[in-house]
Design a protein around this ligand. Structure first.
Ligand code: XIL
Length: 349
């Protein structure tokens, strides 16, 4: 039996990971602060990523905020470092993400005179951005998150200003279609993904997303894949809900990929910081195992193509600070020191 995670699943799906800049960028800093060198040196994430995962995505360095610094001005320095690292490691590469209401630069939504950008201004900026990114990277990108998190958690239709998004507000509801049309031109060989979270958790959101993507297919918009982020926890949602969600989109003739998986040990936002006991780790292992059995089934059904973890070791997981700053978490397959957790052992058996 293989001890390499991606080899273990090679007949089913690729197994990917999001890679933090701390791993490949010697200038990495967090809001201007460089992490201590001994911490950086202690990290095993780079070696583990190269060994166990065959698909890389940048955790932050390919987001618009990092790149689109001003009108017609692009800073590809950090994205280049990520792409170089992924290429030298011999991995397939995803792009996350083109159009999103978070981690996008504020200036694109402004007219430069204190007001809001016009529809034409924002459309042109978006089109140019997508083309510029495609020109530089489309040859090496197999899969692109074209639009991320566009469905409201409350209303189950396209986000509005109330849900912190100006995209629909300024461009109108066909902005999602247009982003895919431009992405097709910019990334003619890549798989084009509509990505979102909580689709397996909130049935109304799952349905709202279904209606959006079904309409896109009917209008001939070149979306071919649904991305399920899969930020879940050790209890919820039930595996049956995950299965139902994958099959719902699969039945539209779309591929499904899991784009940002992690399994938090906390089930409630309000839950206080707790010790992560052996019992919790064993439960997490069982949970990962059952979900991966479902993933294997949906791969055999011809629907599920990739499973990507949002990080490599618990040391760098975004869940350490989300949704509660400083609470810590342990949602991945490798612990803070880079040791294999029970969940890893269960998935490799
Ligand atoms: C997160 C990163 O992991 C953090 O480092 C960053 O501070 C905020 O964004 N959904 C997404 C990802 O689509 O881009 C987010 O990544 C996690 C939630």
């Amino acid at each position: 039996m293989s001890e390499i995670l991606f080899e273990k699943y090679k007949d089913y799906f690729r197994v990917g990971a999001a890679i933090s800049g701390i791993i490949y960028d010697e200038d990495f800093n967090f809001f201007g602060h460089k992490p201590p060198q001994d911490f950086v040196k202690s990290l095993k994430d780079g070696d583990i990523a190269k060994k166990h995962f065959n698909l890389f995505v940048a955790e932050n360095d390919t987001k618009m905020q990092r790149i689109y610094t001003a009108e017609d001005t692009y800073d590809f320095s950090r994205a280049d470092k990520f792409i170089k690292f992924a290429k030298e490691s011999g991995k397939d590469i995803r792009w996350h993400t083109l159009v999103w209401h978070n981690q996008s630069p504020q200036w694109i939504f402004e007219d430069g005179k204190g007001g809001r950008a016009s529809k034409q201004q924002l459309a042109e900026r978006t089109r140019k951005y997508i083309m510029e990114v495609g020109k530089r990277y489309s040859d090496v990108i197999c899969s692109v998150d074209v639009v991320n998190e566009c469905i409201s958690d409350k209303k189950f239709n396209l986000r509005t200003e109330e849900d912190h998004s100006l995209w629909q507000e300024i461009l109108g509801p066909d902005y999602v279609d247009n982003a895919f049309i431009w992405a097709k031109e910019a990334f003619p060989k890549s798989s084009l993904v509509l990505n979102d979270y909580n689709l397996e958790v909130i049935p109304g959101k799952r349905q709202g997303f279904y209606e959006l993507v079904k309409g896109m297919k009917e209008r001939g918009i070149p979306v071919d894949t649904v991305g399920l982020q899969m930020h879940i926890n050790i209890e919820d949602p039930a595996v049956e809900e995950i299965e139902k969600t994958i099959e719902l989109y699969g039945n539209l003739g779309l591929n499904v990929i899991v784009t940002e998986m992690d399994v938090s040990v906390y089930t409630q936002m309000e839950e206080a910081k707790k010790d992560i006991t052996q019992e919790i780790l064993d439960r997490q292992a069982e949970r990962y195992y059952k979900i991966f059995e479902c993933f294997k089934k949906e791969a055999k059904n011809g629907i599920l193509k990739d499973v990507i973890f949002w990080g490599v070791t618990d040391a760098l997981s975004w869940k350490n600070n989300f949704p509660v700053r400083g609470r810590g978490d342990a949602p991945l397959l490798f612990d803070n020191k880079g040791n294999e957790k029970p969940a890893f052992a269960k998935l490799i058996k």
